[in-house]
Design a protein around this ligand. Structure first.
Ligand SMILES: [Zn+2]
Ligand SMILES: [Zn+2]
Length: 346
């Protein structure tokens, strides 16, 4: 059994404190990973603050994990000691239901097992990547291509796949007009990936503050949603809109920007319900949809795609003592564009 050093939060309004985690003894198909970097996702903050339902504290968040394999169970075939690997938002699923068999483990009919704030198949609470080590069954471990740094790989495991999967599913590519709502951790990845897929990308952000970055990341156009003229000018334009904003937005105004057969896909998760007027959908056969991360096979495809197209998130590396401060800055939208914890500072 490995004792990992970690940073845990002990209640909804508590700061992070040093903690120790017992990682389980390796089962035959388990991989022990020494974590090098862990990204900070908005979901970590919602969960740590108890905003998404009851949490069993102490909680160690973190589901954007990159590191090195340091031990493997006797039946592991995919990985060996020294491999560069990642772990994303889930660490297991039933493996038998229709969705699991189709490689859509995130939609497991029995519920996937989240990397933290879940219960594993041994009945133990799962604890995430703000820690020095983690044990994961090899089926839920990803291989990180050589030309992606481990620090930059970490945010791909949630922000990358969360945006890649809907872009892939709704066929973003040449000839398609894609709008990305919000230019945060998710949004900036959506811009880079959609551009690399060959789509024409437009950013819809509250202000034009990050316009220069958006164009550098591959957007062709950048509009401020605080300007009402934006909604008149862009009416009926887009084949696909990816909404990365987790605050409540005027959905009907955004739906009016879709072309015939267009889809607006929510990946941001606002706490309150969103209101959809059926007449925002009916006249142009529009769809309103949601999407949750991606399956393991698709996550590996995403990593390979990013390696091939030289795509990496824009990151700011912090030490383990700066997590609380980083949370505040994420909530103030003061991050360009993802915080990544250097786990060697644990
Ligand atoms: Zn996440
Ligand atoms: Zn399943």
């Amino acid at each position: 059994m490995v004792t990992a050093k970690a940073r845990a939060v002990h209640g909804p309004d508590q700061n992070f404190r040093e903690a120790e985690l017992k990682r389980r003894e390796l089962d035959t198909t388990d991989v022990l990973i020494e974590i090098k970097f862990a990204g900070i996702c908005h979901s970590d903050i919602h969960t740590a603050h108890g905003e998404w339902g009851e949490v069993n504290y102490p909680l160690v968040p973190g589901h954007e994990i990159a590191g090195i394999v340091t031990d493997v169970g006797e039946n592991v075939t995919k990985y060996k000691v020294g491999d560069r690997v990642g772990v994303g938002c889930m660490v297991d699923s039933c493996g038998e239901c229709k969705n699991c068999r189709e490689g859509e483990e995130q939609y497991c009919l029995k519920g996937n097992i989240p990397t933290y704030a879940g219960t594993d198949k041994y009945g133990e609470p799962t604890q995430g990547g703000y820690s020095t080590h983690i044990v994961v069954t090899e089926e839920f471990v990803l291989s990180i291509p050589e030309n992606i740094g481990l620090d930059e790989a970490a945010p791909l495991l949630c922000a990358g796949i969360t945006t890649f999967s809907p872009l892939n599913h709704w066929n973003a590519g040449p000839g398609k007009k894609v709008a990305v709502v919000g230019m945060g951790g998710l949004g900036h990845m959506a811009v880079k990936i959609a551009h690399a897929m060959g789509a024409e990308v437009t950013v819809l952000s509250r202000t034009l503050n990050k316009k220069e970055d958006g164009l550098k990341f591959g957007a062709k156009n950048y509009f401020a949603t605080s300007d009402e003229a934006t909604f008149t000018e862009l009416a009926g334009t887009f084949d696909l809109i990816i909404n990365t904003v987790s605050a409540k937005i005027d959905l009907n105004a955004y739906l009016s920007l879709l072309a015939l057969n267009g889809s607006l896909v929510n990946v941001g998760a606002p706490a309150e319900p969103l209101e959809v007027n059926a007449f925002s959908l009916i006249p142009h056969r529009r769809s309103f949809a949601g999407s949750l991360i991606g399956g393991i096979r698709e996550t590996q495809d995403m990593l390979n795609f990013c390696a091939e197209h030289n795509i990496a998130p824009s990151i700011e590396i912090i030490s383990a003592d700066e997590i609380d401060q980083a949370y505040k800055r994420v909530l103030d939208s003061d991050v360009k564009y993802r915080f990544v914890i250097d786990i060697s500072t644990m």
